[in-house]
Write a protein that binds this ligand. Structure first.
Ligand SMILES: [Zn+2]
Length: 288
């Protein structure tokens, strides 16, 4: 995928040095179903997924409340059906909710009809919850179906946040010049999955999690360099079942405070994508 335009030279509002987005993939047990490939997961792994709705989410929301932070939650449609009380807590706060598949479907090769059907089901659930359709999409397990970008454009999405090819927001080539879908790239180095996912499930055994101060150091270095470059985004990606463990939330709060003191514009993905789209339109208008 080749960037049609990239955001080098973009200036953030209020002289801020960088746009930072706190994003939470609220997948519950579907995360582990996807990682081990649709097999039945053991009860222990299932319960690790449920830590998100049972405990981790509240800790994430409490942090957002304490620091008056905007955030974006990407939620599979099936999780909206299974955990209505938990997702209502997110919607009631006015936090953004984006499309994240129906069953966290990460299998490559979904047909356009299958993906369209997933979108229709999930969009209706999000609309019922929030009063409007989602503005953004993130592919489950970072998988973007071949048909997805065209469908997002067709269905009026403002942005996608799945790809990994740069630190700028940009318009993917597939979009063409009309009604562009802004890409807000993510990166495994600023994804809690890379440090905190833990499972005994066969074929996907990971039994290591990293110390919080080690992760803090890595994320701070990402932030410091990107902020010094001046025209970048930092899309931090979390899962309530992982970052929502007690000590990790304290670490995240320290990081948020550090970023705020050092020039971060912390905003929802929708706010940043809209800002970027307006920036491009003004820039193009000035050139004509
Ligand atoms: Zn996910």
């Amino acid at each position: 995928m080749i960037a049609l335009k990239n955001g080098d030279g973009i200036q953030w509002p209020g002289g801020k040095r960088i746009a930072v987005m706190l994003t939470f993939d609220f997948d519950a047990e579907l995360l582990r179903h996807s990682v081990i490939g649709k097999k039945t997961i053991g009860f222990s792994d299932f319960s690790r997924g449920q830590y998100g709705p049972h405990e981790g989410l509240d800790r994430c929301l409490a942090l957002l409340d304490r620091q008056h932070l905007p955030a974006t939650f990407f939620i599979p449609g099936k999780i909206i059906e299974e955990y209505p009380d938990a997702v209502k807590k997110i919607a009631d706060r006015g936090l953004e909710i984006g499309y994240h598949g129906y069953e966290h479907d990460s299998t490559l090769g979904l047909s356009a009809d299958e993906e369209r059907s997933n979108m229709e089901k999930s969009e209706a659930l999000i609309e019922k919850l929030c009063g409007h359709k989602p503005a953004g999409h993130r592919g489950p397990l970072d998988v973007l179906q071949e048909c997805s970008m065209a469908l997002l454009q067709e269905r009026g999405y403002l942005y996608d946040s799945t790809l990994k090819d740069c630190d700028w927001p940009y318009i993917p080539q597939e979009c063409g010049p009309r009604t562009p879908v802004i890409e807000l790239p993510t990166e495994p180095g600023i994804d809690d999955f890379s440090y905190y996912y833990f499972s005994y499930a066969d074929e996907a055994t990971i039994t290591c999690t990293y110390p919080n101060d080690y992760v803090y150091g890595i994320w701070k270095d990402y932030f410091d360099e990107l902020a010094s470059e001046g025209d970048k985004v930092m899309v931090l990606k979390f899962h309530p079942q992982l970052i929502g463990r007690s000590g990790r939330i304290r670490m995240l709060e320290q990081l948020v405070l550090y970023m705020e003191q050092n020039g971060a514009w912390i905003a929802s993905c929708q706010e940043v994508a809209q800002y970027v789209r307006d920036f491009y339109e003004q820039k193009e208008g000035a050139c004509q």
